[in-house]
Design a protein around this ligand. Structure first.
Ligand code: ADP
Length: 473
């Protein structure tokens, strides 16, 4: 279906072709000097220009927009006829003071040449192959030159004794000026269009290239994620299967070690029980780890699908921080890391479970990756909202990685981090959850000094009732 842009382009092509043809015709007319004085009817000359332009636009539009063979022939015929009309209107405007006679054969031949060559030109023009533009221009040039000189051969002027002093040189000068001006405009317009087109083409190539690069890097990130994920899932699963197979053979392994006739004692029973307990714990912890990974993936996917439903309620930030600290008590004690909490005395309106998830992620990361000995967990009121801060005095994050870490599936590549596991989804989930609350998460870090993650939430629009706030605080 032809669009507006195509119509504009066909129109512009028609105007340019019409003007160019008219210029060619009138340059040749100016060069033709019969043996009698000449004047020009300027308004008819102008009419001939309008005819050339309208005919060219009409012919090119019909051929270009319908694109069937018949449309090209009709368009070409109209175009050719318009050029013929322009030529002969121009000749009528050419007022010569002599005896004029016409040769009908040349006259008809000139019209046929114009129509056939204009049709041929449109045929080339519609092909859109390499070099077809040049062929079209050549055919059009032949059409106008053929028409003009055959037409002029049909035109004979005999002197009636008035001296051809070209008594009105101003008209010649005027026409020459108009022709030079319009020809100059066409060249300028052509160059302008050429550069604009080249530029738009470069821009769209650049846009396409960027889109392709983005798609490629997204797909690369996903493949990397799949490989990390398979590895992450396999590790705890191998542990589960390993200990389950120990458990399944525990009894037969113990009894096979008994000497013939040796009774099973309480000591055997106790050792069996101890081993079962240990193996059971390992299965449980590996299973728990597996579940965390799967939950992360499910969580991220559902957030990615915009399926995130926040259930906002008023809660005390101080209680929330204490709950986080409690969850990490065991782990921070194990690594002898101090986890301190500070909260303004406030109740806020947000999805408590999601806030807990964000903070657990951030504190978990600080424990896993930072090698810090102190982690600070804070909640503060700030302007039109409130913020959580998780700060550590650990090794920090390189500047170049600071924006990257929030992208899904991204882990900073180094052996230490890999050994800590994780899917690279934690911070991406935190970011999405913060944005879903109308807030954001940011990070500041100095390598060797520590890292601070700040989560800012604006105060919720669905404000809590004073009763809710009182209950929460
Ligand atoms: P993961 O699932 O691996 O924990 P995250 O998206 O939570 O993924 O974290 C991305 C990366 O950011 C981690 O691999 C880690 O290298 C880095 N990182 C996060 N928090 C810290 C921190 N407090 N100190 C140093 N590095 C950190």
């Amino acid at each position: 279906r032809p669009n507006n842009q195509a119509i504009v382009w066909y129109g512009m092509t028609g105007i340019t072709a019409g003007i160019a043809i008219w210029c060619t015709h009138f340059i040749a007319i100016l060069a033709y000097q019969p043996s009698a004085p000449v004047r020009f009817d300027l308004s008819l000359t102008f009419d001939s220009l309008v005819m050339a332009i309208l005919g060219a636009i009409l012919g090119i539009m019909i051929a270009g927009m319908i694109k069937t063979r018949i449309a090209i022939v009709i368009g070409g015929t109209l175009f050719g006829l318009a050029v013929v009309a322009m030529h002969y209107t121009g000749m009528v405007a050419y007022r010569v003071q002599g005896a004029v006679s016409w040769d009908n054969t040349y006259l008809v031949a000139s019209a046929v040449i114009a129509i056939v060559l204009a049709t041929t030109a449109l045929c080339f023009g519609m092909r859109m192959t390499k070099g077809s533009g040049l062929k079209m221009t050549a055919a059009l040039t032949l059409a106008i030159v053929g028409l003009h000189f055959t037409g002029m051969a049909a035109y004979n002027v005999a002197s009636i004794g008035i001296d051809p002093d070209y008594s009105n040189p101003q008209e010649y000068a005027l026409l020459a000026l108009v022709i030079a001006g319009t020809a100059g405009m066409i060249v300028m317009g052509g160059l302008f269009t050429y550069f604009i087109e080249k530029r738009t083409r470069m821009e769209s190539i650049e846009e396409l290239r960027q889109a392709r690069d983005a798609a490629e890097s997204a797909s690369r990130a996903k493949s990397e994620f799949m490989s990390v994920l398979s590895h992450e899932l396999r590790t705890p699963l191998t542990i589960v299967i390993g200990y389950a197979s120990f458990l399944s053979k525990l009894k037969s392994n113990t009894t096979s070690k008994l000497k013939p006739g040796e009774p099973i004692t309480e000591a055997h029973f106790n050792s069996l029980g101890d081993q079962t307990e240990l193996y059971g714990q390992r299965v449980k912890s590996a299973g728990g780890h597996l579940l965390t990974i799967i939950n992360d993936i499910l969580d991220y996917t559902s957030i990615e699908l915009n399926d995130i439903k926040l259930s906002k309620a008023a809660f005390s930030t101080r209680d929330l921080l204490l709950e986080v600290a409690e969850q990490f008590q065991g782990l921070s004690g194990e690594k002898s890391i101090t986890l301190s909490t500070e909260s303004d005395d406030m109740a806020v309106m947000a999805d408590r479970a999601r806030c807990l998830q964000i903070l657990i992620n951030l504190v978990g990361n600080a424990l896993k990756f930072s090698k810090a000995d102190h982690i600070y967990l804070r909640a503060r009121a700030q302007g039109t909202g409130f913020r959580f801060e998780v700060e550590d005095n650990g090794r920090g994050i390189d500047k170049k990685d600071l924006t990257r870490i929030f992208q899904a599936f991204t882990q900073i590549e180094n052996a230490d981090n890999r050994s800590e596991g994780g899917t690279g989804l934690g911070l991406a989930i935190c970011k999405k959850l913060s944005i879903a609350h109308g807030g954001d998460i940011t990070v500041e870090s100095i390598v060797g000094t520590g890292t601070k993650f700040t989560v800012f939430f604006p105060f919720s629009l669905d404000a809590p009732t004073s009763k809710q706030l009182a209950q929460a605080a």
